[in-house]
Design a protein around this ligand. Structure first.
Ligand code: FE2
Length: 289
């Protein structure tokens, strides 16, 4: 099978993997799940992480066609608008983003200036959609559960699964965000498990499972099926839901969820500037008690 080139970029502050996927023949490339560096104490953003990917693209003379998100991330800001301004390309996300926008428009009381129709993105993908990256076709799988809009991008033998799965020794992502659902995540993972056993799975995060000191980002369907500590070895849906629900009840809100969601639901754009030209993020007080 013809395979695309895949380069992983690890952002250590939020434990996020971004990917540069390219077709060596046509030089077309896509970036999956980029990171805009953000310091919540100062409110400053930086493009150090995004610039590393831009440098790799320029070095290889690649043409950026797609800037893809697997979901609205709750732990880091997306660098999609910066990447688009620098190199062009279209920003894409799952069509169910509208559900996420509905919920968080209310949380942040965004008013009528914020469209809840996904129009901030260039492309909204539905389950089964296919689009081209050079000689490769990327297939979209809707894999909700962590969020209602999560999608997996399948290209040749590689699947970018976002936060559906973590490395086998770490398990799965939480399902307690608005619109998240453990049983739905289980079903989405079964969809991923129905791919060929040797399919390579690329993680969006690695948080180091106890006893492991090297960050990892790649595994296979077979490995996950056998070894995933949450859903492997034939664990039933009921057992998974019980385990996931119990674990989620013990988790704190992610450190950057409020800044991240406000920016990422706008396709990475900052909220409209105030009359002094400065963009502000909101912090709802006592809403999530
Ligand atoms: Fe996530």
């Amino acid at each position: 099978m013809l395979k695309p080139q895949i380069q992983a970029f690890f952002e250590a502050e939020t434990f996020t993997y971004s990917y540069l996927v390219s077709d060596p023949q046509s030089k077309s490339c896509a970036i999956i799940d980029s990171v805009l560096d953000f310091d919540p104490a100062s409110g400053n953003t930086a493009t150090k992480s995004a610039d590393l990917i831009i440098a790799a693209i320029k070095e290889q003379n690649l043409q950026l066609e797609w800037i893809l998100e697997t979901h609205v991330h709750a732990d880091h800001l997306s660098a999609a608008p910066y990447l688009k301004a620098q190199l062009g390309g279209k920003i894409g996300i799952g069509a169910k983003i509208t559900q996420v926008q509905e919920v968080f428009a209310e949380v942040f009381n965004t008013g009528s200036s914020f469209a809840k129709d996904g129009s901030q993105f260039d492309q909204l993908f539905n389950d089964g959609d296919r689009f081209q990256l050079g000689q490769f076709q990327i297939q979209v799988m809707h894999t909700p559960g962590h969020t209602p809009a999560c999608i997996t991008y399948l290209i040749a033998d590689a699947a970018f699964v976002g936060d559906t799965l973590f490395m086998p020794d770490y398990g799965t992502a939480r399902c307690d965000f608005p619109g998240g659902d453990a049983a739905t995540l289980y079903q989405s993972i079964q969809k991923i498990f129905s791919l060929p056993a040797e399919t390579r799975l690329f993680m969006c995060h690695d948080y180091l499972a106890p006893g492991r000191d090297n960050y990892l980002n790649e595994t296979t369907v077979a490995e996950q099926q056998q070894e995933n500590v949450h859903v492997g070895a034939g664990r039933s849906e009921a057992d998974f839901v019980a385990l996931r629900t119990k674990r989620d009840a013990s988790l704190e809100m992610p450190r950057l969820i409020l800044p991240s969601v406000q920016v990422n639901m706008r396709a990475g754009q900052f909220p409209p500037a105030d009359d002094n030209g400065v963009s502000y993020l909101k912090l709802p007080l006592n809403l999530f008690k």
